[in-house]
Ligand binder design. Sequence first.
Ligand SMILES: [Zn+2]
Length: 430
Amino acid sequence: MPHPALIAQDAQFRKSVIELAPGLWTAVGYAASNVHMIEGRDSVTIIDTTESTAAAENILAAFREITSKPVARLIYTHSHRDHVSGAAVFAAGRALPILASARFQSDLVDVDDARIAPNRALGRRTQAQFGIGLSPRERISLGCGPGNRPMQGLGAGFLPPTELVEADCEIDLDGVPARLIMAPGETADHMMVWLPGPKVLFSGDNWYHAFPNLYAIRGTPYRDFAAWADSLGLMAGLNARVLAPGHTLPVLGPEKVQEVLGTTRQAILHVMRVTAEGMDRGLSLDDIAATITLPDDLADKPWLGEYYGKLAWSARAFAAGTLGWYDGNPTHLGTLSGAARAERMARLAGGVQALWTAARGGDALPGDDQNGDDLQWRLELCDHLIALGEPAATLKAETMEALAETEINATARNTYLWEARRLREAEDAK
Ligand SMILES: [Zn+2]
């Protein structure tokens, strides 16, 4: 059984088109991300375009039941491909203005061949994180969006921005006054859309109903924690009546908007503080990551559940982003290879057979399985066995599948199941 709280998070992306205020609409649950429509005098503006042409077509059809006014322009809140890949459907062959931050960096742009980068690893890990190719029973959620959704035309409808916006500015959206606000957060290229009249904020991914993804396990450069916290402060200062995020349901009512923005900012600052203090005290990153929790007054907030981002990974990312990989323990200045360590572990355990017994769960401590430590330990022992050339791939796959069922975090769940499948396929091919 998948984690019940992860299943319950599905209520955040039940398929619907929601009216935020007169003439302002959000399509939720059609795809990984939301699409917004601002109805002007004679035309509409579309904010973000989602991840696939199939989802964009479904959303456009739903919007067409509200108004037949033509699409005049597109606005990208940021460059992540789940927000820019349905643009061609909304443009429908016309050369529309497409606005984005001047920092816009599309994931779709091919990396310069001359640049050395682990692009294949990034591709594999992206597939794992989002569970691409997993069955609907396995891929129950993305944490910030529905697991089961149309996948045709995934990443296929991207159009590059035509107008790069350098700094905050006022803009008229066919009779609707708006302000474009630069707000680095989940990405450095975030550009929010603020409507001062109805006090509606389209925030992109600087907020969603899940603990913020301060580090994405597909692999990301350091996301500036302090800048993201600052942007949440700036967002709270707008006193919005409605917060329309890039994922999950809109937040309605000024008090609620203040509460979700303020507590999310506090949660980011908390991770920074706990990690910095732990490092200052000389704690290991393992100890910081294994013990970090939110204080009680934040832990009970449903929008800070670790469905998407995760505290432990955030602590590691903050440490790496501020001081780099070295954790201050001179033991880690040197390195044993996996095989060299595994040989010594086996000798210490009294032989390879003892490693096998423990990896199969034969040495579980009482209560271990309550917090997943037992499964984590078995996974680490499987790695030792594999490093010794032992046939432990199937056992590792089984252990990851068991861990997946304990996970509240969708990206961890998807990655365990995706990598387990790869291991099983590799075994079958032998
Ligand atoms: Zn997104």
